[in-house]
Write a protein that binds this ligand. Structure first.
Ligand code: PLP
Length: 391
């Protein structure tokens, strides 16, 4: 579907979908099997068991044939009732979309805004919960890694804030652009529903999404009254007990998931996270060497899966991205919502090695020159020097 023939593989450096490794492509390239036959049950059971490790949970993980947006809806629809209040941290565009969904579903979102240059305001969460003496707030919703800004929220601190306020609200966390890229612990951090998607750290094409579910969330699901059918955990979990699904699963994507989880576990999750941390730091060094500004202003909230870079006043991030695509066959993320044309986003997550990073940054540095964006040369050099010292 490329508009013109281009030599060399396209650099897909948006912050998801990410590049799908050959091992995953080969795994998906197998005949679709009978999803009600005996082989499927064996395959499904071991996969549903194995995938828990990526979420660092002992509890169930529900898998939907849907994009991440579906898993957002599933998290809300399974646990909440019409008119319930939810505390939502508006860290950027994706948090905003989740809040819009909550409103459409008939929930009452209470917003905790940020300036889109840092993660969730943990002190504000604690204050709002302390104020809520009659426990009208039923859930706290946080996007772990805000893909529109490159800011990561500290989920373990959010957990502590909820506990410090002595509040019973559920904790719902979106890890769509952090799972398999940034340290995340569903059980240890007491998360009730973790929302995830296939197309980022899991290195798969789009089309699968996930809810990891705590015992407390399962109990909430028994009395929750929002309408739910396709997203209902109960028939899913009943069928999953023997490795099956209540409706047709995305069989070939599940083959890919099986391979992708093996790859992450073989590398070791801690090493996967350390690799992403390294590439993120190298990228930030390149950005600073160019003399450009990182969208995230709070170093504790720097994202390891992407870096959003601000353009100098009067320069267009979209024009820069168009130049880079045209000349160097690389896609970079656009600015979303109020950041449209103000930032571009470098994805450095998923199946990504040091030379992928050097190539990516090389494309950006050449693009900055080609598009006439004022900058200093030497960003790639700064990144390489860092990578060499931290291989
Ligand atoms: N949440 C975050 C943090 C995302 O990055 C995205 C997509 O990029 C979504 C939600 C929506 O997911 P999807 O586009 O797969 O429906």
């Amino acid at each position: 579907y490329q508009s013109k023939p281009v030599a060399g593989r396209h650099f897909l450096q948006i912050p998801g979908p990410t590049n799908v490794p050959d091992r995953v492509l080969r795994a998906m390239d197998n005949p679709t099997m009978d999803h009600r036959g005996p082989d499927f049950g064996r395959f499904g059971q071991q996969l549903l068991e194995k995938v828990r490790a990526v979420f660092r949970t002992e509890g169930p993980v529900v898998i939907y044939p849907a994009s991440g947006t579906g898993a957002w809806e599933a998290a809300l629809a399974n646990t909440l009732s019409p008119g319930d209040r939810v505390l939502m941290c508006e860290t950027g565009w994706f948090a905003h979309l989740w809040q819009e969904m909550a409103d459409r579903l008939g929930l009452k979102a209470q917003l905790l805004p940020t300036d889109w240059r840092r993660g969730a305001d943990v002190a504000a969460i604690e204050a709002a919960l302390r104020e809520d003496k009659d426990h009208g707030i039923k859930a706290v919703c946080v996007v772990h890694n805000e893909t529109s800004t490159g800011c990561t929220s500290r989920i373990e601190e959010v957990r502590r804030a909820i506990d410090a306020a002595g509040h019973p609200a559920l904790l719902l966390v979106d890890t769509i652009s952090s799972l398999g890229s940034i340290d995340y612990r569903h059980d240890e951090w007491g998360v009730d529903v973790t929302v995830a998607g296939s197309q980022k750290g899991l290195m798969l094409p789009p089309g699968l999404s996930f809810n990891a579910v705590s015992q407390k969330a399962l109990r909430a699901a028994e009395s929750a009254r929002l309408p739910r059918s396709f997203w209902d955990w109960r028939p899913m979990l009943a069928a999953n007990a023997t490795g099956y699904f209540p409706y047709t699963p995305a069989t070939n994507l599940l083959y890919g998931l099986d391979a992708a989880v093996d790859m992450l576990l073989e590398e070791g999750l801690d090493e996967v996270f350390a690799r992403h941390d390294r590439f993120a730091e190298a990228t930030r060094r390149a950005v600073r060497a160019w003399g450009l500004e990182i969208q995230c202003e709070e170093p504790r909230h720097y994202s390891s899966s992407l870096t959003a870079v601000r353009l100098p006043e009067g320069h267009s991030a979209n024009a820069l991205r168009a130049t880079i695509l045209e000349r160097f066959n690389m896609s970079l993320g656009n600015g979303l919502g109020r950041l449209n044309d103000r930032v571009f986003r470098i994805g450095h997550l998923g199946d990504f090695g040091p030379l992928s990073l050097v190539g990516t940054l090389g494309g950006v540095e050449m693009g900055l020159a080609a598009a006439g964006v004022p900058h200093k040369p030497g960003g790639v050099q700064a990144a390489m020097a860092y990578l060499n010292g931290n291989a």
